[in-house]
Design a protein around this ligand. Structure first.
Ligand code: AMP
Length: 181
């Protein structure tokens, strides 16, 4: 039985086109490979339309995507909703003044950056990534967006690993996962 925040039908589409790759990128990790979903036009379009439909085009002003797989989904959501796209990038990629947040990974740490002037004050930002695992990446991204003056309208992912309890960590922001496993 598959399920997610937008019902069984779209959850099944995501589940059917996700491959589990054991021990990638390191031993003990079951990597969720979403490339078959991205490669299927009707299924990719259905996931994007579901995200836009859930929030409604009037509930956010801009979409932020987290590098790298979040970019693909976020850019498509932005296009479908007729709004702009803002990248949250890995350290050292953005050319102008940035805000920076370092967070813990399962092994080591990582840093995300956002242009300091990415948002006008109070702009409502829908944040998008592919997978929610421990929530560390999302927590850092959401914090950067709030530091930059954005208001988080929601955090949307294609797939959530519920046993890692990332959703709890992001409270009180709203999380929307098309598939929860
Ligand atoms: P986390 O910070 O633990 O929530 O990890 C989320 C980020 O790492 C997302 O940007 C995902 O792209 C990636 N990620 C973490 N775990 C997995 C996994 N099992 N399969 C695919 N991507 C993952």
């Amino acid at each position: 039985m598959v399920d997610g925040d937008s019902g069984v039908e779209v959850a099944r589409r995501v589940a059917d086109l996700t491959l589990d790759v054991q021990d990638f990128p390191q031993p003990g990790i079951a990597f969720k490979d979403l490339t078959p979903l991205f490669a299927s036009g009707p299924d990719f379009a259905a996931t994007i339309d579901t995200i836009v439909g859930h929030y409604g085009p009037d509930s956010f002003d801009v979409v932020a995507g987290i590098e790298a797989r979040g970019f693909m989904i976020a850019a498509a959501v932005a296009y479908a909703a007729g709004v702009g796209f803002v990248p949250v990038r890995k350290v050292g990629k953005l050319p102008r003044k940035t805000l920076r947040e370092t967070y813990a990974l399962e092994y080591g740490e990582a840093t995300l950056e956002l242009h300091a002037d990415a948002f006008s004050p109070g702009q409502r930002v829908l944040v998008v990534d592919d997978v929610l695992a421990t929530g560390g990446t999302a927590e850092a991204a959401l914090s950067l967006i709030e530091q930059a003056g954005g208001v988080v309208a929601g955090f949307a992912v294609l797939l959530e690993l519920a046993f890692l309890e990332g959703r709890k960590r992001l409270k009180p922001r709203s999380v929307h996962a098309l598939l929860t496993v």
